[in-house]
Write a protein that binds this ligand. Structure first.
Ligand SMILES: Cc1ncc(COP(=O)(O)O)c(C=O)c1O
Length: 387
């Protein structure tokens, strides 16, 4: 079966953050929204059917996650990432951002130092700051058109830190970290007793030609210091269903994390999320393969278009995710002017790079998980404003 990613779907007036909150985020309802990590593709039939099937039963009462829910996650990791996990390692959370906050609360104390690697997904910052922990920036280095980890700085910072929040693969710079890079990072964390929250929500979205390396799967001693975040929400565009997991093989860490989740009574989850997740991980391989090919073509199209028509914009080719990190610094605009120009001259809603912390100045992140015709329109508008 060939899935259709070309179909334009009207999303306004569905309480959809990406479309219906444009006025709030951009000051205009007119922009083409290419920001939040949410795809404009239809949820595949096998997931919709599972949700509809459950919805036809007239009672939506308290629900637990059955064995099949866990089995499909265990099997998914085995098939897609060759990672053997046990059902018991999977702890439900109502989202990965909540999970990061819960882990900060469970495993650190006020004033503890927590390392993040900006420019990075900005809720990592609030997960630290909201709980009065200290944010430590291990800013990524960029050499030419690639980002790397500053290991020398990390080695110093790790001496005083109690936790590192790793974005694997990395949003927004699009790196699918190599095994050797993760080994080096793990080495530093092991030596300094630094716990690692490995946010792998984009792990299924590693693009053709690259491979996702599960951080915890590098070695048993690394698994001992790691909590891995995983969800169907980015992979299958189910963010509205609030269903994700922290996978924790270390029994002590798992019990502590579980206590924190249960202490707040947020372990119930939502019954449509259970149906959707189970169907996604059971039947989703072929859809995901086709999605990744489509996204790859959109990325190549964008890179080709920009190279030809807008060569001043420097592009960081993603190895994972459907977001592209774009450097507009050659235009010499302030971040405020860059955003204003993007919204009011180009008519586009992209994420300003500065939101991702140090290193994001002069950058924008564009989401290309949309039908190619919409992407073409957006790029033409970009050319009119920045050409
Ligand atoms: C790295 C990363 N983590 C977490 C999330 C969101 O997770 P959730 O919606 O499950 O809280 C995103 C969404 O863009 C993300 O990019």
């Amino acid at each position: 079966m060939l899935y259709n990613f070309d179909q334009l779907i009207h999303r306004s007036d569905t309480s959809c953050v990406k479309y219906d909150l444009r006025k709030i985020f951009f000051g205009s309802n007119e922009v083409i929204p290419m920001w939040v990590a949410d795809m404009d593709f239809a949820t595949p039939d096998f997931i919709r059917d599972a949700v509809l099937d459950r919805a036809t039963h007239p009672i939506y009462g308290y629900t637990f996650r059955p064995q099949e829910y866990y089995d499909t996650i265990v099997q998914w990791f085995k098939r897609r990432h060759h990672w053997e996990i046990k059902k018991d390692w999977i702890q439900f959370t109502p989202g990965i951002v909540p999970a990061l906050n819960l882990a900060v609360l469970a495993f650190t104390n006020p004033d503890d130092q927590i390392i993040v690697q900006p420019p990075v997904y900005f809720p990592f910052f609030s997960a630290v700051r909201h709980h009065n922990r200290q944010l430590v920036y291990n800013q990524l280095l960029h050499t030419g058109n690639c980002y790397e980890i500053d290991f020398d700085l990390l080695a110093k910072q790790a001496e005083k830190a109690s936790m590192l929040i790793l974005c694997n693969p990395h949003n927004p710079v699009g790196r699918a970290w190599r095994r050797e890079e993760l080994e080096k990072l793990a080495d530093i964390c092991l030596k300094n007793n630094v716990l690692v929250l490995s946010d792998e929500i984009h792990g299924d979205l590693v693009l053709p030609g690259y491979q996702h390396q599960v951080f915890a799967d590098i070695a048993p001693e690394i698994a001992e210091i790691t909590l891995t975040g995983h969800a169907p929400s980015k992979t299958f565009n189910l963010a509205g269903l609030g269903t994700s997991s922290m996978i924790i093989s270390n029994n002590q860490l798992r019990q502590k994390f579980k206590q924190t989740v249960e202490g707040l009574h947020i372990e119930m989850g939502n019954l449509f999320g259970i149906a959707a997740s189970t169907a996604a991980f059971k039947h989703g391989d072929e859809w995901l393969n086709q999605l990744l090919n489509y996204v790859q073509l959109n990325i190549e199209f964008t890179i080709g278009f920009l190279a030809e028509k807008l060569p001043l914009i420097r592009v960081f080719k993603p190895e994972a995710t459907y977001m592209i990190w774009l450097d507009f610094s050659a235009y010499n605009l302030t971040d405020e002017d860059l955003k204003r120009k993007m919204v009011f001259e180009a008519g586009l809603g992209l994420n300003p790079g500065i939101d991702f912390g140090p290193g994001g100045e002069g950058f924008m992140r564009i989401n290309v998980a949309c039908p190619k015709s919409l992407l073409e329109t957006a790029l033409q508008k970009l050319q009119q404003a920045f050409g």
